[in-house]
Design a protein around this ligand. Structure first.
Ligand SMILES: Nc1ncnc2c1ncn2[C@@H]1O[C@H](COP(=O)(O)OP(=O)(O)OP(=O)(O)O)[C@@H](O)[C@H]1O
Ligand SMILES: [Mg+2]
Length: 233
C-alpha cells in the first residue's frame, strides 16, 4: 500500500527532516506514528499524500512509483486517500454537512440518501446539533471532528490522520480512534500521527517511531520537570 525506500526529505537547503527511511505498510494495516514535536510526522504524512516530493529515495503508493505519476494520476490517487490535516483545512463558507459531503460529491455521488448519511456520521462524532454550522463558529475540537468525518465519509483505501485527537478530551479521543478502527476493519489502511503516547498504549497496533524533534534547552527542561512535580505557579 505504502512503500518508502531509502527516503530522505528536507525543506529547501535546511538539514534533513527525515533521513534514509525504509519501510512498507501492508494493505489493511493500522499504524500509529509517534514522535516529538518537530520530529517530522506531518512531513512524512505530506510525502504519503503526494503533497511533498522526497529529496532522495523512492515512494510507491498503491503499487505505483509516485515519481512516475502524471498530474491527473496523482489527483485520482489522492481521491483514494482520506486525510485529517493537523490544521483541519475546512472550507469556512460551507456548513459542517457540506464540508463532510464534499468527497462524496467530488466522486460524483449525489443521492438523496447522501445528506442523511453525512448527518448520521456527524451525529456519531457528537455534532448532531451543529450540522448546519459553519466552521468558524465552532470550537477547535468540533472543527477537528468535522475534518475526521470528511476524511472517513468516502471509505478511503488509505487514511492519513495528523494528530486527529489533539483538540478533544480523552473520552472523545477514544471514540474517534474506535471510528478509525471500524474503518480499518472494512479494509482501509490507517496511519495516525500523534505525540500522545498515553492514548495509544490502549491499542495494540504497531508504532512507527520518529526519533528527531525539537531540543529543549536544559533550563527549560528543568522548569518543565518542576511544573510537573509542583503544579503551575
Ligand atoms: N514548510 C516548512 N518549511 C520549512 N521547514 C519546515 C516546514 N514544515 C516543517 N518544517 C520543519 O520540519 C521539521 C519537522 O516538522 P513537522 O511539522 O513534520 O513535525 P511534526 O512531527 O509534525 O511536529 P508537531 O508534533 O509539532 O506537529 C521541523 O523542524 C520544522 O521546523
Ligand atoms: Mg505535525
Amino acid at each position: 500500500m505504502v512503500r518508502f525506500e531509502d527516503v530522505s526529505f528536507r525543506y529547501g537547503t535546511s538539514a534533513n527532516v527525515l533521513s534514509s527511511l525504509t519501510f512498507h505498510l501492508e494493505p489493511g494495516s493500522f499504524h500509529f506514528m509517534l514522535g516529538a514535536s518537530g520530529a517530522g510526522k506531518s512531513s512524512l504524512l505530506q510525502l504519503m499524500y503526494l503533497w511533498q516530493k522526497p529529496t532522495e529515495g523512492r515512494i510507491s503508493l498503491f503499487g505505483r512509483d509516485v515519481a512516475e505519476l502524471s498530474r491527473d494520476e496523482k489527483a485520482l490517487m489522492r481521491r483514494r486517500i482520506g486525510v485529517v490535516f493537523q490544521d483541519f483545512r475546512l472550507l469556512d463558507h460551507l456548513s459542517a454537512l457540506d464540508n463532510v459531503a464534499l468527497p462524496l460529491r467530488v466522486a460524483g455521488r449525489r443521492s438523496a440518501a447522501l445528506d442523511e448519511h453525512v448527518a448520521e456520521l456527524l451525529t456519531w462524532v457528537g455534532l448532531g446539533d451543529h450540522i448546519e454550522a459553519k466552521p468558524p463558529t465552532l470550537s477547535g475540537g468540533q472543527q477537528q471532528r468535522i475534518a475526521i468525518a470528511r476524511a472517513v465519509i468516502a471509505r478511503p483505501s488509505l487514511l492519513l490522520a495528523d494528530e486527529p485527537t489533539g483538540n478533544v478530551d480523552d473520552r472523545l479521543a477514544l471514540r474517534l480512534l474506535y471510528l478509525f478502527e471500524e474503518l480499518n476493519k472494512m479494509g482501509t489502511t490507517v496511519v495516525i500521527a500523534t505525540h500522545n503516547e498515553h492514548l495509544i498504549q490502549r491499542f495494540s497496533h504497531p508504532v512507527i517511531r520518529l526519533a528527531g524533534g525539537d531540543t529543549i534547552p536544559a533550563p527549560e527542561l528543568r522548569r518543565e520537570a518542576e511544573r510537573q512535580h509542583f503544579g503551575e505557579a
